[in-house]
Design a protein around this ligand. Structure first.
Ligand SMILES: *Cc1c(COP(=O)(O)O)cnc(C)c1O
Length: 496
């Protein structure tokens, strides 16, 4: 198998092995690691369609994480996709209203982040051993709600690691917040910041690139890594479910081998849809990559105009995991359409951090033709939840509803009737209040948990374990801070 090395989108430094890229998270020059080439699938679609989730995951990941042995990789996969998931198939497809919903919320924290974050801690501890790293790994994470809990669940009490999560104090759903602040594990710290997700993310990036802090940490036997979706160890596991979903459609006779399917992805940091783009580049027959945004529609505007401009009002919506103005993973796509030119990409990213915007050339835009962008307003999103519930008895969450509403716009605009897979990124139980409001039910409910019970009755779906558990769990994290204090909070926690 041909080795895949990882290099920075900013073009500096030597290419590194997969395990090293996973350990580091971000490249020294501030860039994101990207594979030096995209490997092609080396099993037929038919063969893949006959495999279970773990085997598909292995077939995909072995092509990217080429310095992991088969035993290491299969070990990590086995520990990740086990009974933490409430279904053996891990990523089931549900049909409703003429589309297929790829349910990625059957893991420990009922959001799609579990797909990668169940695996990342294992990839990372193996990587540490492989690279003879003796330092403790400190995971530093900014979250718009779902990453935080999924990362906490993944890393809690994992030996040789600590994890610090920053979330926007007023920017996550009550259930999301409760999930995080009840997190057990002596190696965990959860902090609400007075700012939005972009502030949290920028703060974390600043801490990561603080060389003096890095040196002090080293003296104490610590080093940072990232569990955010910029880590290649998050991106690669996300490619797998696209291959698996295609296999499911094929196995069930819903498509012919080689038939193209469109994918619709509710997008925030651009990690999930980028994984779909990688899957397509590996040879998976994907047609359009439909990028769905909420009212923070920077990406829609970007695909429409070629100008990425974050200078705008930040809108707090009911799909908080998509309330993002700087989609970090887009940099990987920009780098690619810039002809893998690190200097060109660095120039654009410098413009983004300086002026808050950049514009790509016509030539670069031509590289984006597989993508279609659109957005859904709050009203359209609520309407879509109601429609699917009333017509099909299928209840979706607010993020998935953004995607579903955008898919309808796409259909109307293009008439493209290819089979569509809508990526369902969270359980409706995680956003019970918004979902119940959309359906027009639950007005009498007292608290969020009463709402959850009512939603369970309406949808005919059992309350997930992840929600049941936090009903009574004690709050163990109460820390809050200003954006400027984030670094001190981390230093305090580590005793440096
Ligand atoms: C994180 C998240 C998204 C956005 O995914 P990206 O990979 O950041 O684009 C969408 N929906 C939910 C529920 C999420 O948790």
């Amino acid at each position: 198998m041909e080795e895949v090395l990882y290099r920075s989108t900013r073009g500096k430094g030597e290419p590194v092995k997969a395990s090293w890229a996973i350990l580091k998270g971000l490249s020294e020059d501030g860039g994101l690691f990207v594979p030096d080439h995209i490997p092609a699938l080396d099993k037929s679609l038919r063969e893949l369609s006959e495999m279970d989730y773990g085997n598909v995951a292995y077939e995909v990941m072995k092509l990217y994480l080429t310095d992991y042995t088969e035993e290491e990789l299969r070990g990590c996969i086995g520990r990740a996709y086990d009974s933490k998931f409430d279904t053996d198939v891990i990523a089931p497809l549900a049909e409703a209203g003429g589309a297929y919903f790829l349910e990625l919320f059957h893991g420990a924290t009922i959001a799609f982040k579990d797909m990668a974050l169940s695996l990342l801690p294992h990839l990372m501890t193996v990587a540490a051993a492989k690279n003879k790293v003796e330092n403790q790994i400190v995971i530093l994470t900014a979250t718009s709600g779902d990453t935080g809990k999924a990362a906490l669940a993944g890393f809690a009490d994992v030996e040789g690691t600590k994890i610090v999560v920053f979330y926007p104090k007023d920017g996550v759903s009550p259930i999301q917040e409760r999930q995080m602040v009840t997190q057990k594990g002596a190696n965990t710290l959860v902090v609400g910041i007075h700012g939005n997700f972009d502030d949290a993310q920028t703060g974390v990036k600043r801490i990561f690139s603080d060389r003096e802090l890095e040196r002090k940490m080293g003296d104490k036997g610590y080093q940072f890594s990232s569990a955010n979706s910029i880590n290649i160890g998050r991106l690669v596991p996300q490619i797998c479910y696209y291959v698996y979903a295609y296999g499911t459609l094929l196995r069930e006779g819903r498509i012919a081998e080689g038939e193209r399917v469109n994918v619709v992805v509710p997008t925030g940091n651009f990690g999930n849809i980028l994984a779909a783009f990688y899957a397509k580049s590996m040879g998976l027959p994907i047609g359009k990559l439909i990028c769905a945004s909420n009212e923070n529609k920077v990406l829609y505007d970007f695909f429409r105009t070629g100008c990425y401009d974050k200078n705008r009002e930040f809108v707090v919506t009911e799909s908080p995991s998509m309330d993002i103005l700087v989609s970090s993973n887009l940099e990987r796509l920009i780098y690619r359409v810039a002809g893998e030119d690190g200097e060109k990409n660095s120039g654009l990213m410098a413009a983004l951090s300086g002026q808050g915007k950049y514009e790509i050339t016509e030539e670069m835009r031509a590289g984006l033709e597989d993508f279609y962008g659109n957005y859904a307003t709050k009203e359209e999103t609520a309407e879509e939840i109601r429609r699917l519930y009333e017509e099909y008895g299928y209840v979706i969450d607010t993020h998935t509803a953004v995607a579903s509403a955008v898919y309808r716009k796409y259909l109307e605009e293009t008439g493209d009737g290819a089979v569509a897979v809508i990526v369902s990124t969270a359980s409706p139980f995680k956003f019970a209040r918004s979902v119940m409001n959309a359906i027009g039910a639950g007005q009498g409910a007292e608290g969020d948990f009463e709402l959850v019970d009512e939603l369970s009755r309406l949808a005919g779906v059992k309350v997930p374990k992840a929600v049941d558990e936090i009903r009574t769990a004690p709050v163990v994290h109460q820390k809050q801070c200003e954006v400027m204090q984030m670094k001190d909070v981390v230093k305090d926690f580590l005793g440096i």
